[in-house]
Design a protein around this ligand. Structure first.
Ligand code: HEM
Length: 96
C-alpha cells in the first residue's frame, strides 16, 4: 500500500504522528488527537480498511505491553482499554 520510494520514511512518520496523537488524546487534548479523525479520510483514500487502521493502535498497545513486561499494571491496562474504546468511537463516527 505504500509508495515504492521513501516508504520507510512515511511509515516512520506515520508511527511518530500516531504516538503523538495517542499521547495528546490520553493527556491534555491540545488538538493533535484530531489527526486520528483526519487520517481516517486520507486512509479511506489510500484504500486502508478501517479495521486495519484501528489495528495499528492495538499493535502499538501490544508492543508497549511486551516491552513493559511485569511493569504493565491493571491501571495501565484499564487506561489503554478506555483509550482504544475512544479511538474506536472516533473512527466509526467519522464520515468519509
Ligand atoms: C495498519 C493501519 C494503517 C495502514 C495500512 C496505513 C497506510 C498508510 C499509507 C498507505 C500511507 C501513504 C503512504 C504513501 O504515501 O506511500 C499512510 C500515510 C500516513 N498515515 Fe497511515 N496507515 C495505517 C494507520 C495509520 C494511523 C492509525 C494513523 C494515525 C492516526 C496514520 C497516519 C498516517 C500519516 C500521518 C501518514 C502520512 C505520513 C507522512 O507522509 O508524513 N496511519 N498510511
Amino acid at each position: 500500500m505504500f509508495r515504492t520510494e521513501g516508504s520507510e520514511l512515511v511509515k516512520g512518520s506515520m508511527l511518530a504522528l500516531t504516538i503523538e496523537s495517542i499521547l495528546d488524546l490520553a493527556g491534555e487534548r491540545s488538538g493533535k488527537f484530531r489527526m486520528i479523525e483526519c487520517e481516517v479520510s486520507s486512509h479511506d483514500a489510500y484504500g486502508t480498511p478501517r479495521d486495519l487502521f484501528l489495528a495499528f493502535f492495538s499493535m502499538i498497545q501490544a508492543t508497549l505491553r511486551e516491552l513493559a513486561g511485569a511493569d504493565w499494571t491493571a491501571d495501565i491496562d484499564g487506561a489503554w482499554k478506555r483509550l482504544q474504546a475512544d479511538v474506536r468511537d472516533r473512527v466509526s463516527q467519522s464520515d468519509t
